[in-house]
Design a protein around this ligand. Structure first.
Ligand SMILES: N[C@@H](CCC(=O)N[C@@H](CS)C(=O)NCC(=O)O)C(=O)O
Length: 212
C-alpha cells in the first residue's frame, strides 16, 4: 500500500499553496486542519513542526515543512506529474534558482514591505534581498522572457512563485504589474489550482460556521 499523504494546514494560510501542489500531483491525500488558537502550538503538532506553523506534510514516516520544500519534495516524489526537471537536468538550474529566490529573498522582501519595514540604503548590501524594487524587477524580467520559469512547461517553481505573486497582489502587498497579472492568470487558471481553491474555501466556510 502506498504511504499515506497528510497535509497539516489551515485554509487561511500558506497551506493553500501546498494543497494546490497536492492537487497537481493527483495522489490521494488527507488534510488535518490546525487551529491558530489551539492546536497550532499544542505538543501533538509541535512534534510535527516545532515552529508551530502550517503547512507541514507527512508522507508515510517522512515529514516536510516549509511550503517551498513541500512543493519540491512532492515534485520529486511523484515524477510522473512532471512538475520538476529531472535531477541533474540543466533546467534544474532555473528551477532551483527561482524556487529558492522566491522562498528566501522575495518572501522576506514582501513580508517586510507589508510591515512597512524599509532597509536603510547603506545596509542593503548585507540584506539578501537588497530592496523590494530590485526583487520585483528581477522577477518581472524573468517572467517577461518566457511563459514559465524553468523551460517550456509549468513546474513547481511556477506554482510557488505564482502563488506568492498572486496572493501578494490580492492582499495589495505588492503592486499589480501587468507581467505579474498575466503570469498569475496563466498559472491560477490550471484546474488543480481551481480545485484547491474550492476545497480550501469550503473548509474555511465550515470553520467559520463552526465558530459562530
Ligand atoms: N516559512 C514557512 C512559513 C509558515 C507560516 O508562517 N505559516 C503561518 C500561516 S501562513 C502560520 O502557521 N502561522 C501560525 C503561527 O505562527 O502561530 C513556510 O513557508 O511554510
Amino acid at each position: 500500500m502506498a504511504d499515506e499523504l497528510v497535509l497539516y494546514t489551515n485554509p487561511m494560510s500558506r497551506g493553500r499553496i501546498a494543497r494546490w501542489m497536492l492537487e497537481e500531483i493527483g495522489q490521494p491525500y488527507k488534510t488535518e486542519v490546525i487551529d491558530y488558537a489551539s492546536t497550532m502550538k499544542a505538543p501533538a503538532y509541535l512534534a510535527i513542526n516545532p515552529m508551530g506553523k502550517v503547512p507541514a506534510l507527512r508522507h508515510g514516516d517522512a515529514v516536510v515543512t516549509e511550503t517551498a520544500a513541500i512543493c519540491a519534495y512532492l515534485a520529486d516524489a511523484f515524477p510522473q506529474a512532471k512538475l520538476a526537471p529531472p535531477p541533474g537536468h540543466r533546467l534544474r538550474a532555473p528551477y532551483y534558482r527561482w524556487l529558492f529566490f522566491s522562498a528566501g529573498p522575495a518572501e522576506a522582501a514582501i513580508s517586510n514591505k507589508s510591515l512597512g519595514f524599509v532597509v536603510p540604503p547603506e545596509r542593503e548590501r548585507m540584506i539578501g534581498y537588497g530592496n523590494i524594487a530590485q526583487v520585483l524587477n528581477t522577477l518581472e524580467a524573468a517572467l517577461s522572457r518566457s511563459d514559465y520559469l524553468a523551460g517550456e512547461s509549468f513546474t513547481a517553481a511556477d506554482l510557488y512563485v505564482g502563488a506568492q505573486l498572486g496572493f501578494s497582489m490580492m492582499f495589495n502587498t505588492i503592486e499589480k504589474r501587468p507581467v505579474f497579472e498575466r503570469y498569475w492568470q496563466r498559472v491560477s487558471s490550471r484546474p488543480a489550482c481551481q480545485r484547491a481553491k474550492e476545497l480550501d474555501d469550503a473548509q474555511a466556510a465550515e470553520l467559520k460556521k463552526a465558530a459562530s
